[in-house]
Design a protein around this ligand. Structure first.
Ligand SMILES: O=C(O)c1cc(=O)[nH]c(=O)n1[C@@H]1O[C@H](COP(=O)(O)O)[C@@H](O)[C@H]1O
Length: 226
């Protein structure tokens, strides 16, 4: 039985058996599983199919970012997996996002990554963006909406501003940390509760669950705060 938890647990591993074991441990406290570049590079579509057989919704986080034709064709090649959610980089531009959405299955939510949660203000300036993370997230959210995507990925710091300009959008918030959690490489963090209060539709949570001594207990504890 799956729950209606807003948590998608990020199974960032190359090992299918480990990913399966983690998913089985936490399945009653999460709404789905997120498979990203690390998992996909190692296991490809057969690996995703094996995980899908567990019966939990799949969030395929491949952050596609290339010219429109290439992204559209890549999305077409992924369509048979019927993921619940797929990511593209919103900074790939409007035409790229339009082609991605057009090639995705009807039931798949295509969401645009705005500013990675691992970037702080100095990183944002170093890559040449003007303004702060709010300005960048709001601009890219507007573009994703115009391109016909279903929503965006942003940090919990900006999700309120993004939802304000797109009340019907689907908002994915990663980089959340329980109170006193280890922050690691994430820079713009909030707690899972704050992210939901500010408008997140779903939360992506990896290491606070997967690296915990008991992932089931950790997922249950986070769920209890929501
Ligand atoms: O698209 C994502 O899911 C994503 C976007 C982003 O800006 N930041 C971010 O951390 N993520 C993903 O969210 C997960 C966060 O993992 P933890 O930091 O371990 O909770 C990782 O799988 C990242 O790939």
């Amino acid at each position: 039985m799956t729950t209606h938890s807003p948590i998608f647990v990020a199974l960032d591993t190359t090992d299918v058996d480990h990913a399966k074991a983690l998913a089985q441990k936490v399945r009653h406290h999460v709404g789905g599983i997120k498979l990203g570049l690390e998992f996909f590079a190692a296991n490809g579509k057969p690996g995703v199919r094996e995980m899908a057989a567990l019966g939990l919704p799949i969030f395929l986080d491949l952050k596609l970012h290339d010219i429109p034709n290439t992204v559209g064709k890549a999305m077409h090649a992924l369509a048979s997996l019927n993921p619940a959610i797929v990511t593209v980089h919103a900074s790939g531009g409007r035409a790229m996002m339009e082609d991605a959405k057009a090639a995705a299955p009807l039931g798949t939510k295509v969401v645009g990554v705005t500013m990675l949660t691992s970037l702080d203000q100095s990183d944002i300036e170093a890559v040449g963006f003007r303004g702060d993370s709010h300005a960048q997230v709001v601009r890219l959210t507007e573009l994703a909406r115009e391109a016909g995507l279903d929503g965006v990925v942003c940090s919990g710091v900006e999700v309120r501003a993004a939802k304000k300009i797109w009340p019907g959008g689907f908002f994915v918030v990663p980089g959340v940390r329980p109170v006193d959690g280890v922050v690691g490489d994430q820079k713009r963090v909030v707690t899972p509760r704050q992210a939901l209060d500010h408008g997140a539709s779903v939360l992506v949570i990896g290491r606070p669950i997967t690296k915990a001594e008991d992932p089931d207990v950790a997922a249950r504890a986070i769920e209890a705060t929501l």
